[in-house]
Design a protein around this ligand. Structure first.
Ligand code: IDP
Ligand code: MG
Length: 140
């Protein structure tokens, strides 16, 4: 099967605890390759745009505040069935439900501060990658 791409964010709760390397190691051990990476301070506009699908959810404003509360690392990951592979190693949204061996089980602080984002479909992966990266910034 051909390699595909997905989009990942190491969230502020993880960068604050200096877990960028630890999270990336788990992604790599799951068979994903970092083909683009940038550490940024997300603006309110960026966070609102990125999470636009959640605009009507009760936690939207808190989520935007959280995602702009510190640096994040935006990454493009490549591997076989990358979207599913990444979702599997991330674990459930709520760390209380996350399986052993997943990033959220190991590191997440709460259902909100859950250490990582990962695209949920190939379509959204493309949209999310394009939101943060130019084609020439992705080197596989
Ligand atoms: P996902 O990140 O596992 O795909 P989504 O439902 O897409 O989960 O939610 C996006 C993000 O919004 C979550 O990762 C988490 O940071 C936050 N979030 C989701 N549900 C809740 C909630 O019930 N309370 C607070 N924050 C939430
Ligand atoms: Mg999601």
């Amino acid at each position: 099967m051909a390699a595909t791409r997905t989009f990942s964010i190491i969230k502020p709760d993880a960068t604050r605890r200096n877990l960028t390397g630890a999270v990336t190691k788990m992604l790599e051990e799951a068979g994903l390759r970092v083909v683009a990476s940038r550490r940024i301070q997300m603006t309110k506009d960026q966070a609102e745009g990125f999470y636009g699908v959640h605009r009507e959810r009760p936690f939207f404003n808190d989520l935007v505040s959280f995602m702009t509360s510190g640096p994040v690392v935006v990454q493009v990951l490549e591997g076989e069935d990358a979207v599913k592979r990444n979702r599997d190693v991330m674990g459930a949204t709520n760390p209380a439900d996350a399986a052993e061996g997943t990033i959220r089980k190991a590191f997440a602080e709460s259902i909100e501060a859950n250490s990582v984002h990962g695209s949920d479909s190939d379509e959204n992966a493309k949209i999310e990658i394009d939101f943060f990266f130019k084609p020439e910034e992705i080197v596989g």
